[in-house]
Design a protein around this ligand. Sequence first.
Ligand code: 6PG
Length: 290
Amino acid sequence: MKKSEEPKAVSSVGPVTREILPGVVVCKDAESVALTAARYFVEWAWQAIGQDGRFNVALSGGNTPATLFGVLASPEFRGQVDWGRVEVFWGDERAVPPESKESNYGMARRELLIRVPIPGGNVHRMEAEKPNIGRAAQDYEDLLREKLPLDSRGFPRFDLIFLGLGPEGHTASLFPGVRGTRETSRWVSTPLVPKLGAKRMTLTLPVLNAAHRAMFLVSGAEKAEILYTVLAGTAEPPLPAQLVRLPDGERIFLCDEAAAKLVLDEIAAKGEFTGKKDAVGAGKKVKGKH
Ligand code: 6PG
């Protein structure tokens, strides 16, 4: 595997984080989100490996996790994980070949997997580029059945699933109003996403909700509106990200201040988070008046 430029070393002192709401943790910026997520990864990997001998983790796609992958591959972090006991899966994948720049697997391979001593047999990509994507989804389901323990409802239970948050409330490749988003029995589905004009392969909601932990990584001002809406939980019908609720696990939103701005503003203005956005507007006005 080709070695290219070494990732930047990161400081050993952890970034300041604050839990502003149950399961909502805010850090200063995107790098702090990545550093904090890497620390959680190391801690939870040790826990799972200590308990079960394995750490089963599903990675998210898109842009946000790239910084996390770089931190995990850094000299400071890569030595803290027993990569031989880490099994890497994906929450979703685009219907593109692994070498495509659109490939979630491809990005993780470049930023992380070629930089850490993880056995090739521990890396389980979604072969969403296959002509028969339905068959490939069934194969992935069979793989999960072989590799993962089941929860009390008979769904595969990951130790950790990383998730992103799309501008309209999608997560993994579960998009609002798209067939398959409310799937209740299958573990892996292949929705055709009209706005993309393309198919995706994705873990289904029951699998996301069966996890031990699901961690949303959310950074940037462009996510402030949707994060507020998802945390308010008032959208009807509920947005896919809203439907990620773990009855026997922990859901964590790890965000930066820019993404959490509207929530932070409301808490500053009203002393609490009500999820009724107009309050924020008023808050701001109040400030103006003074
Ligand atoms: C994908 C993802 C998707 C992603 C969100 C957020 O394949 O696109 O898995 O769910 O996490 O779209 O993407 P960004 O991190 O790029 O904003």
